[in-house]
Design a protein around this ligand. Structure first.
Ligand code: PLP
Length: 652
């Protein structure tokens, strides 16, 4: 089956392919199909060179890096960091804004050292800082963020140890802010600071009443687990006053949630937050920084709408609104304009990584039944059972106007034959014949709705059930856990063959033994679809696809379902002087089978020992020849040292 009409297939082109997969819409200009019909990455933005992902795959083959492989485009991180900083600068200048922009990158979005290092390196000219949410994150942040001008912001619940670490940062001259998430943290912090003899930098996190909407809505608003309500904020200020440490309160923070698709929601939270900030300032405080948190979205589907996987604004609009609203409220409240801090994570790193994987086979969902009617039971004049006859009748009168009735009748006949089969009345052949007719009918029904925008729910379900599955060598749970957990959409498309029409409408399933291990929704030009149009597989020719925009949250949330471990990873840099316009700077090997087992308390050595003693016993009993025994033990050991994913045809 195919989404494409005959004429579309005939006049297929690279432009059509680009439109079909919506590449230029979701990619923010970082992805484009090149003249060869391959997908290219413009990791420095539209003005920079394009890296052909097929060339990258070829390089992996040469370097013996097996697929699936995660590619990090380090320049893309740079480009994003630069963009957010430059945009804030530009907008502030344009508006004559009285403060400065000092952003931080929240490391929880992607804590990989190389990612954080790249963020810091790119952010150096802007004194771009880091945000930590736990002790472990703070330990890494303290070691990495060495710029005394850049901020370090400590969020999350804190114990004494966490606070001591933060205060230690003050001792070595860093701008480490401890953000108070709940009232009891404040006295604890002040006591520890006194004991350690340092002046703390304190932030207050407000709990807003405005909610951000979108998938992560529950993390904010009045029922959020973080932040102080209005009464608690006033108490905190009074407490500081009483201790004579009002001057330590230097930052005011709120966070309206992640991936906020609607700019109105963002504006509301900025308005509410800034208003609270202004009222606090008027209580005689001098808070230098207004920290507006994260929430800046990413357009995963390219629709530019306020649906969850998209956003109805761009980065420039976000920045303009933030600066404008803060400026306006400060003017109204007659207070000076604070420095603005933001904690965008997703928008900074989501684009930078993708997974290249290989499709290694196809499962056709429904196969036809060869009519061999002579031996049908419940025989009648034409030799067919009554269920088959009924099914044929439905077929005969099938027309688009009464399609849904026909479908319901067909379902009834199918259920009838199943029930008869269970009671020993129908034969296996009857069942097979009815099933086969049912699927044939379903195919026709789906075809009736080919052009209709809004097919009924049953038809859409049928379409998915009828579509073949392409088997892809990866684990959804390791690579894109948010797709499994929240239906988060990630763009998927082939890396090559864009000159050919993608005539197979399929769904992509992974290699875990879990029926949830499949991609359920796909980006396409006009909507989110439940199947994806891909090319027919060619014998002995690898078919490579990419899953994109995996850079935010997925790396750390991925799990080891079925013991499929971390994937191979390479870091790619753009290089104008290179004939391919790129080079692979680093290869990080994915986990071996042994490493994954070790994480679950197995000792590979003990496993080998146990296996070997079993083999030895068999050799002693004369059941296996010694030479063969050695081979078997070698195979066991080699597999332990190998990659957890399936062997790749890419290397044959
Ligand atoms: C997670 C988090 C962020 C990052 O949000 P994004 O939407 O990814 O930019 C920022 N600030 C805080 C406090 C967070 O918890």
């Amino acid at each position: 089956m195919s989404h494409l009409s005959e004429s579309e297939k005939k006049s297929w082109s690279i432009e059509k392919s680009s439109e079909h997969y919506h590449v230029e819409q979701w990619g923010d200009g970082y992805f484009a199909i090149n003249e060869e019909g391959h997908l290219g990455v413009l990791s420095q933005g539209v003005a920079g060179p394009s890296i052909d992902l097929c060339d990258v795959a070829e390089e992996l083959r040469k370097k013996k890096v097996a697929l699936p492989c995660l590619i990090r485009f380090q320049d893309l991180i740079r480009s994003r960091v630069k963009e957010i900083n430059e945009t804030f600068r530009q907008v502030m200048k344009e508006y004559g804004y009285g403060g400065q922009y000092t952003g931080v990158y929240p490391v929880k979005v992607n804590q990989m050292r190389e990612v954080v290092e790249e963020v810091l390196a790119a952010g150096q000219p802007y004194h771009y800082g880091l945000e930590a949410g736990s002790k472990a994150e703070l330990l890494s942040v303290l070691a990495m963020n060495t710029d005394p001008e850049a901020l370090t912001i400590c969020n999350g619940y804190k114990d004494q140890e966490y606070m001591r670490l933060a205060l230690m940062g003050r001792k070595i001259g860093r701008k480490v802010f401890v953000v108070i998430e709940k009232p009891s943290e404040l006295p604890l912090l002040l006591d520890l600071a006194e004991e350690m003899g340092v002046e703390p930098l304190i932030g207050l996190r407000a709990r807003l009443s405005s909610t951000g909407s979108g998938k992560w809505e529950g993390s904010i608003g009045e029922s959020a687990k973080f932040g102080l309500c209005s009464a608690e904020m006033i108490q905190a200020v009074r407490f500081l006053e009483k201790r004579g440490q009002k001057d330590c309160l230097k930052l005011f923070h709120f966070h309206a949630g992640s991936q906020i698709p609607d700019i109105q929601k963002i504006k509301e939270s900025i308005r509410e937050g800034t208003r609270i900030f202004a009222k606090l300032q008027k209580m005689g405080l001098q808070i230098d920084y207004l920290d507006v948190g994260g929430g800046l979205g990413v357009d995963y589907d390219g629709s530019r709408t306020s649906i969850e996987s998209s956003m109805n604004y761009n980065q420039k609009q976000y920045v303009s609104d933030v600066v404008y609203i803060i400026q306006q409220i400060c003017q109204e409240e007659k207070i000076s304009e604070p420095n603005i801090c933001s904690e965008s994570g997703r928008a900074v790193v989501a684009h930078h990584s993708c997974l290249i994987l290989e499709v290694f086979g196809e499962v056709e969902k429904v196969s036809g039944f060869k009519d061999n009617s002579s031996n049908a039971s419940n025989g009648s004049s034409d030799g067919h059972s009554r269920w088959v006859r009924e099914m044929r009748e439905i077929f005969e009168y099938l027309k688009p106007e009464t399609a849904m009735e026909a479908y319901q009748d067909a379902v009834a006949v199918k259920e009838d034959v199943y029930s008869a089969f269970k009671h020993g009345i129908a034969e296996l052949e009857d069942r097979a014949h009815v099933e086969s007719l049912f699927w044939e009918l379903s195919r026709q029904l789906v075809n009736f709705y080919e052009s209709a925008d809004q097919a009924p729910e049953e038809i859409r379900e049928l379409r998915q059930r009828l579509s073949s599955q392409y088997l892809a060598n990866f684990s959804l749970f390791q690579t894109a856990p948010d797709h499994w957990a929240f239906d988060q959409i990630f763009p998927v498309l082939p890396l090559h063959r864009h000159k050919e029409p993608p005539t197979s409408s399929v769904s992509l399933v992974d290699i875990t033994c879990d029926s949830d291990g499949k991609l359920k929704s796909y980006v396409s030009s006009d909507s989110i679809r439940d199947t994806i149009a891909l090319h027919p597989l060619k014998k002995d020719k690898p078919y490579l696809i990419g899953i994109f925009m995996l850079g935010a949250y997925q790396d750390v949330m991925g799990d080891m379902h079925n013991c499929f471990g971390r994937v191979n990873e390479v870091h790619v840099y753009t290089d104008d002087d290179d004939p391919e316009d790129f080079y692979v700077e680093e290869i990080i090997r994915g986990q071996t089978v042994g490493e994954v087992l070790e994480e679950h308390q197995y000792s590979p050595r003990a496993l080998i020992r146990a296996f070997k003693s079993e083999i030895d016993r068999r050799i002693n009993e004369g059941k296996i020849k010694p030479r063969e025994g050695v081979r078997l033990v070698n195979l066991y050991e080699e597999t332990l040292k190998g990659y957890t994913y399936l062997g790749s045809r890419h290397f044959d």
